[in-house]
Design a protein around this ligand. Structure first.
Ligand code: SF4
Length: 238
């Protein structure tokens, strides 16, 4: 048996803070199967890697000790021609797409809560593995209710403000999302500086177009544009 499943809930523990019992695991898995959920296992091989380390779910900063700098991330891209080619194809497909302003009003733009979800070891159903807010306690209810009503309502949330991310066409490349913003900035709508730096550096290094998207320190005339150009010069000199 998996060690996680062997941990039992102590009588005086807060019900929301202890791991699921084995019977709760089985009940939830049965519900997911009945709901026709598709389970996918993502694996990586060859030179597949993801340099974008995020903060831990408890917002601890310890993962930053091993996170590469934005320049190091892009330097790694440049080391692999196949990776450069893939980024260019990806950008050709997504960077030019016109921003649908109706969709841009939505807080959540990815597939989380639409075609995927995550359940943590405490039985909390959430939009994704990074999302720490708006979860639904499967021990107190059922998957159908959590998915069909609770997460559906979370998915319909609207953004409350226009930011530099609202119409930014680099969004798909940078990976900004409410969950990442909460982890890094404690605000679901705040741009994450690390992601923004990497996306702009990558775009400049690979000659990808950057459409205007409001006041942005990394775009031409922005307060940090010169810094980022100096970094590009350093990268090209490597
Ligand atoms: S690149 Fe910057 S401005 Fe664009 S979506 Fe990402 S964080 Fe927002």
């Amino acid at each position: 048996m998996h060690p996680l499943l062997q941990q039992s809930c102590s009588g005086d523990a807060n019900a929301t803070d202890c791991e699921l019992s084995l019977s709760e695991h089985y009940r939830i898995l049965d519900e997911l199967t009945e709901a026709g959920c598709l389970w996918l296992l993502f694996t990586g091989g060859g030179d597949f890697f993801n340099a974008m380390i995020n903060l831990r779910r408890d917002c601890s900063q310890t993962s930053l000790d091993v996170r590469l700098t934005p320049a190091e991330v892009v330097k790694l891209d440049l080391k692999y021609p196949e990776r450069v080619y893939d980024w260019k194809c990806f950008a050709a497909r997504l960077n030019h797409a016109a921003i649908d302003l109706d969709r841009a009003e939505n807080l959540h733009a990815c597939g989380a809560g639409h075609n995927s979800f995550a359940i943590d070891p405490y039985g909390r159903l959430g939009l994704c593995v990074l999302s720490t807010t708006d979860s639904y306690d499967l021990r107190q209810g059922c998957f159908k209710e959590g998915w069909g009503k609770h997460l559906a309502a979370v998915r319909r949330e609207k953004a409350s403000q226009i930011t530099k991310c609202t119409t930014c066409r680099l969004k798909s490349m940078c990976g900004i999302c409410p969950a990442n913003s909460v982890l890094e900035c404690m605000d679901a709508e705040e741009p994450v500086d690390f992601l923004c730096q990497v996306a702009h550096l990558r775009a400049y290094a690979l000659d990808l177009p950057i459409a205007p998207h409001g006041e942005c320190e990394y775009c031409r005339d922005g307060s940090r544009y010169e810094d980022i150009m100096n970094t590009i010069e350093d990268l090209k000199g490597c």
